[in-house]
Design a protein around this ligand. Structure first.
Ligand code: SDX
Length: 374
């Protein structure tokens, strides 16, 4: 057995998956064999959610059944709504989401049933209810009345409706839908690997997703989309961008929304998201933000050869859509629940306890002294 340390599991292949393939050499990403860009142009998020969860694109009968099930499961319990209303208003929404998924586990009658059928039903409930809970906190912490979900609306339309009481124009909804498609799945990233690790002890899907949410919150992972916006807010205007980024690089600061463990020549999802970011900015007649984004991107590539990741264009897109900055990562959660659930089910179907080794580097052969001698 080799005792070579691979910190961060860098370059280690730990298992197989049939869910998605990241191909850094050709800057490509496929879900179940379909190019993600094609899915964005051709499908609604619900179709891609079905694909990720069930393995194939639905026909219209399958899609209608899936949509009906999702819409019928959107309501959260009065108990959960009250818990959300009573959460400290200053709580980070990701901590609220983490708690919400955990509470949904307490309320779910099938929590301890890990059969494939029960897992699919539970995945659907988590998928359908989490946006309702997120929107409830979005409004409750501002002292606004919580808006219940509306069955006539699509997944994306309904989320806007529950947050703002209205649905924006269709181009904005499409951009949001595209962001969810792009965020849905990305192989063995930190949060997905967390979910698979939790699952490998034969724990349940609510526990695994609760852990995945905690993992996604960090700024090196999903939390980066919020950090991108904090950075752009600090820079304020395009005229400040060049100086700001050059100073930051001189101070060896980490620039959020840039770099990736797997992609070195750029994130395959960025061109699509950037296109929709620019479209949204154009519709809303916003010029400053995209200008700042472009200046920073150009300098990062020129000076460091480090490319933006998906969080870089998605953060300001959500800002333009009027979502509070600390709700960007919860939106990522809404999409990634599909990927996490698929991985949890895949792990259950072919499980092996995940238990790596460590090399001990602490003190050795110490003598235990009596308490009064220490
Ligand atoms: C996501 O894995 C996935 O698939 C994740 C994800 C998904 O869909 O699930 O794609 C979502 O998590 C995207 C990543 C979001 N995070 C950020 O934007 C945070 C900023 N990025 C970096 O911290 C970093 O690039 C990581 C965390 C994303 C990747 O880290 P690695 O692979 O451990 O690489 P590293 O930190 O060791 O960096 C290697 C070098 C270092 O320089 P040297 O010490 O070798 O001189 O590149 C530099 C780093 O300092 N570098 C950066 C940088 N990213 C890397 N320098 C400045 N700014 C950056 N953003």
């Amino acid at each position: 057995m080799s005792d070579e340390i691979k910190k961060g599991l860098l370059g280690i292949v730990v298992d197989e998956t049939t869910i998605s393939q990241v191909m850094p050499d050709i800057n490509a990403l496929t879900y179940r064999g379909y190019a993600v860009q094609d899915l964005c142009e051709t499908c609604k998020f619900e179709e891609v959610a079905y694909l990720v969860l069930k393995g194939d694109l639905p026909n219209s009968i399958q899609l209608n059944k899936f949509k009906k099930e999702e819409r019928e499961n959107r309501n959260i319990t009065i108990n959960l709504r009250e818990i959300i209303k009573h959460m400290p208003k200053r709580s980070h929404p990701m901590d609220v989401v983490r708690t919400v998924v955990s509470v949904m586990g307490l309320e779910d009658k099938e929590t301890s049933d890990n059969s494939p059928e029960a897992n699919m039903r539970k995945a659907m409930r988590i998928f359908a209810k989490t946006p309702t809970a997120i929107a409830a906190f979005f409004r409750a912490r501002k002292g606004k009345k919580v808006i219940p979900p509306k069955k006539e609306l699509s997944f994306s339309e309904n989320f806007f409706y529950m947050c703002f009481g209205k649905v924006p124009r269709k181009e904005i909804v499409k951009a949001f839908d595209v962001s969810l498609i792009l965020y849905a799945e990305h192989s063995f990233n930190v949060s997905t690997f967390t979910a698979r690790t939790i699952t490998s002890s034969l724990s349940d899907i609510h526990g695994a997703i609760t852990g995945a949410v905690a993992s996604l919150k960090g700024p090196l992972h999903g939390g980066a989309n919020e950090e991108v916006m904090h950075m752009l807010k600090k820079i304020k205007k395009p005229e400040n961008a060049k100086k700001w980024i050059l100073d930051a690089l001189k101070k060896k600061k980490l620039i959020m929304g840039f770099g990736h463990r797997v992609y070195s020549k750029g994130d395959s999802r960025v061109p699509t998201m950037k296109k929709y970011y620019l479209k949204v900015a154009e519709i809303l007649k916003e010029k400053k933000l995209p200008k700042m984004s472009q200046i920073i991107e150009t300098i990062m590539i020129e000076k460091k050869n480090i490319h933006p990741n998906l969080d870089y264009p998605s953060g300001p897109t959500y800002h333009l859509m009027k979502f509070d900055t600390d709700f960007f990562t919860p939106i990522f959660v809404m999409a990634r629940i599909t990927g996490w659930s698929a991985h949890i089910m895949e792990q259950h179907a072919s499980n092996k306890l995940i238990r790596p080794l460590s090399k001990y580097s602490g003190e050795k052969h110490r003598k235990v002294m009596l308490l009064n001698q220490r």
